[in-house]
Design a protein around this ligand. Structure first.
Ligand code: BV8
Ligand code: ZN
Length: 258
């Protein structure tokens, strides 16, 4: 976990503080950058060794699963292991603290559980979760076997477990490219941004739809949109304020002023 920087040295843009103080309904949209300071490689970097030559979009796809389910299952198991070994960062903790005293909904693209492990409630995991595998045939939920991945298994193809109900292959609980988002998760995220006064867009490149369309929906519904990201993104033009800060430095500094 990163050591929270001395928040008094971080200058939070005045309009962002004012918008946060004046908002009664806040939505925080998060992407892989939210977990970067916890040491979790962003979606496009979580490929070492065995998987380094594969395009993540191929691994995170029904076609990739059909082609080599051992390779895909091994990658997801390994990513779950990386998350298990990581800690929520000061940004995750700041959002959990903010939820204790304001109406703050979190809708995330992330398949990790760091928001929850920081004590936050997540309204919507629009791309699913590493920790909710299910049967690719009958859909029954499965448990990710708690045996932590041994070093020997790291970087390996791992045969997916068989469904105890129907014998089908248990698949990762992530939403793959070309798959529709879970209806209730998407509807919750969309309804929340339509009702929000303030929407923070934290740590996402704004490339993947339909999630990347949420800032525009928020703006058209009258919300103030603030981007927290060290660099320009595909959704920066939807933001009223673009705060070039990181999640683990910016969010604690903002929440400390509310
Ligand atoms: C669907 C789960 C339809 C898996 C993921 C052409 C045009 C438009 C759209 C499409 C198109 N062709 C196809 C589509 C649709 C497609 C899509 O959007 N493709 C993109 C690539 C163009 N979308 C889909 O397929 C979706 N489904 O549309 O269904 C449909 C409708 C009806 C019936 C059937 C189908 C499903 C998309 C879900 C894909 N699954 N993840 C897994 O994780 O393994 S998406 C994957 O990318 C991850 O979830 C990741 O979260 C997500 C987005 O990435 P980001 O979170 O933004 O992360 P990224 O690394 O890109 O950026 C990190 C950012 O953080 C950067 O900006 C960086 O500056 C910043 N940062 C870094 N450090 C920090 C930081 N910020 C703050 N603090 C820091 N410290
Ligand atoms: Zn089954």
């Amino acid at each position: 976990m990163t050591h929270p920087q001395d928040q008094s040295s971080v200058v939070v843009p005045e309009p962002v503080v004012d918008a946060a103080r004046g908002a009664s309904r806040i939505v925080v949209l998060t992407g892989a950058g939210m977990s970067a300071e916890s040491g979790i490689a962003t979606f496009r970097d979580a490929r070492t060794g065995l998987w380094k030559d594969f395009d993540p979009k191929d691994l995170a796809s029904p076609e990739g699963w059909q082609a080599d389910s051992d390779l895909v299952w091994g990658w997801y198991r390994w990513r779950a292991e990386l998350v298990r070994r990581s800690e929520p960062n000061a940004g995750h903790i700041a959002l959990a603290r903010w939820q204790e005293r304001a109406h703050v909904d979190i809708a995330t693209q992330n398949v990790d559980d760091l928001h929850e492990r920081a004590g936050a409630t997540v309204l919507s995991h629009v791309h699913g979760s590493l920790f909710e595998p299910y049967c690719s045939d009958c859909g029954v939920r499965a448990q990710l076997d708690d045996a932590a991945m041994s070093e020997a298994e790291a970087d390996q193809r791992v045969p997916p477990p068989e469904c105890p109900v129907c014998g089908g292959l248990i698949r990762p609980g992530a939403v793959w490219f070309g798959e529709s988002l879970p209806e209730d998760a998407w509807a919750a995220a969309e309804d929340a941004v339509r009702a929000a006064d303030l929407v923070l867009v934290v740590g996402t490149s704004g490339v993947v739809y339909p999630f990347a369309g949420l800032p525009a929906i928020a703006r058209s519904a009258g919300a103030t949109v603030v981007e927290i990201n060290p660099v320009e993104t595909e959704v920066s033009d939807m933001a009223d304020y673009r705060w070039r800060a990181t999640a683990a430095v910016g969010l604690p500094a903002l929440v400390a002023q509310l």
